[in-house]
Design a protein around this ligand. Structure first.
Ligand SMILES: Cc1ncc(COP(=O)(O)O)c(C=O)c1O
Length: 453
């Protein structure tokens, strides 16, 4: 597969011309990457507005993922999520509307960027609370649940929105949900930030394979791409309806100075994915599966999850995820996420034999199994409920003050309150803060909360 962005930048850099353009480093080496860090000069195309090398590279990506259109972002899924919701609003804007406010139906385990998008676009959200392993991060909703809610809803939502896979590697049944949504004429929008690789598994299960209307993938989370590299994909069935709006919305929320280093790494991913990636991915999936099996046989607990995550439940052994994360650090490993009950590791084909050796060594020696304590409750935010008393936008732009978290009960949340990672809000703008939420703030170490004055 060709790499038009990489080729252009290499050729430009080899010319050794004088750079009377941005960036200010002029290609001189301070760290090493500066010669390849250019801006939108003639020939370099313009992100989302051109028909040159970026457009060509995006078309390569669309072909690889089998989409109706794929857009690059150098500002992560955070940017793509805003653009997806922006595109929904633009499409709605062109049609006759009743008096009702536009709303989204979303599984509760949203990333904070979705709430930010709703604040900017003045969208309401009705939440679906699904099956959870006892964590804020996961809310798997069933097809029956979705059908029931849609059946009772008078005015239809602008879209159904789910996060899958989530931070604990739990996956929604995108195939079943998209069938229902398609039948109802409602787009299914998926935050697939953690699942770019799913299209390359033997059994493909990327949202684009399963009928979602749109999704975002953080390429940087599971593929060998620089931080910030992300895709926004539109399903071929929804191309006609959304492609032009998505392009417009990417511009609305994006920077006019996209990083060409990040664009090159997305360009590189096309070549990488089109070579032996599926075989290498298969090997890694097998390796992770084998480790999980061995660890479970040794008495450990691993949640069933998407294949590139290893989700270790620690609370049942009397240890917090944070304690076990610290233990792993002593073995030279840094995990992706740790909380009161879980440790999450993310693996890819780029993990080396040494990385796996370390993990095996830790698994054989961890005090969690050798020196088991009395179990602690697993629940970290999985069973919260909320009451929206003000719109997200009203609360986000209201006058506010910071108060100590333990005194926030009964107040209205002004800025979504998250611990990051996982950046899944405990309280969302406009919600009344309950005693249960205050308890979750404590568990996640949140000391102060922004509330409406
Ligand atoms: C579920 C989920 N969605 C969206 C995002 C935002 O992605 P990005 O960091 O690529 O902007 C994250 C980031 O961790 C995430 O976990």
């Amino acid at each position: 597969m060709n790499t038009p962005i990489i080729d252009f930048v290499r050729e430009y850099q080899e010319r050794e011309g004088t750079r009377f353009h941005m960036p200010g480093h002029k290609g001189h080496v301070f760290f090493g990457w500066e010669p390849f860090d250019i801006t939108e000069i003639p020939g370099a195309d313009v992100l989302h507005q051109g028909r040159g090398i970026i457009w060509e590279s995006e078309r390569n990506a669309a072909g690889l993922f089998g989409t109706g259109g794929t857009f690059y972002s150098t500002e992560g899924s955070t940017h793509c999520i805003k653009a997806m919701l922006g595109a929904l609003c633009m499409e709605r804007g062109g049609r006759e509307r009743g008096d009702g406010r536009s709303w989204l139906l979303a599984a509760r385990n949203i990333h904070r960027s979705m709430v930010d998008a709703c604040a900017l676009l003045d969208l309401d959200v009705r939440f679906l609370w699904g099956e959870s392993p006892g964590s804020l991060c996961s809310h798997v909703i069933s097809a029956e649940q979705l059908e029931g809610v849609l059946c009772q809803a008078g005015e239809k939502p602008l879209a159904v929105y789910v996060t899958s896979p989530d931070y604990l590697g739990q996956q929604e049944d995108i195939g079943a949900l998209s069938c229902i949504c398609h039948r109802e004429g409602i787009p299914l929008v998926v935050d697939n930030a953690h699942g770019a690789y799913l299209h390359f598994l033997e059994e493909k299960c990327h949202p684009m394979d399963l009928g979602a209307a749109m999704c975002c993938d953080s390429a940087h989370k599971t593929l060998p791409a620089l931080t910030g590299a992300a895709y926004l994909h539109v399903h071929p069935r929804y191309g006609q309806r959304f492609l032009a709006y998505v392009r417009q919305a990417m511009l609305l929320f994006g920077s006019t100075s996209p990083s060409y280093l990040t664009l090159q790494s997305l360009d590189y991913c096309n070549a990488y994915l089109s070579q032996d990636y599926p075989e290498r991915l298969k090997e890694t999936v097998a390796r992770a599966g084998e480790w999980k099996r061995m660890f479970a046989e040794a008495g450990g607990r691993v949640l069933p999850s998407e294949p590139l995550k290893i989700v270790i439940e620690t609370a049942g052994f009397g240890y917090s995820g944070r304690e076990i994360g610290a233990e792993m650090r002593a073995y030279g490993m840094e995990c992706e996420y740790e909380d009161q009950a879980f440790v999450v590791l993310m693996v890819t084909p780029e993990n080396t034999a040494k990385d796996w050796e370390r993990l095996h060594e830790w698994g054989e020696n961890t005090r969690m199994l050798r020196c088991r304590r009395e179990g602690m409750p697993v629940s970290v935010g999985g069973r919260l409920r909320s009451r929206q008393v003000m719109s997200i936008r009203e609360a986000a732009f209201a006058k506010s003050e910071m108060v100590p978290a333990e005194r926030a009960a009964g107040r209205v949340c002004a800025a979504e309150t998250v611990s990051c990672p996982p950046a899944v809000p405990i309280a969302i703008c406009g919600e009344e803060i309950s005693r249960e939420m205050v308890e979750e703030f404590r568990k996640f170490g949140i000391k102060e909360v922004s509330v409406v004055l």
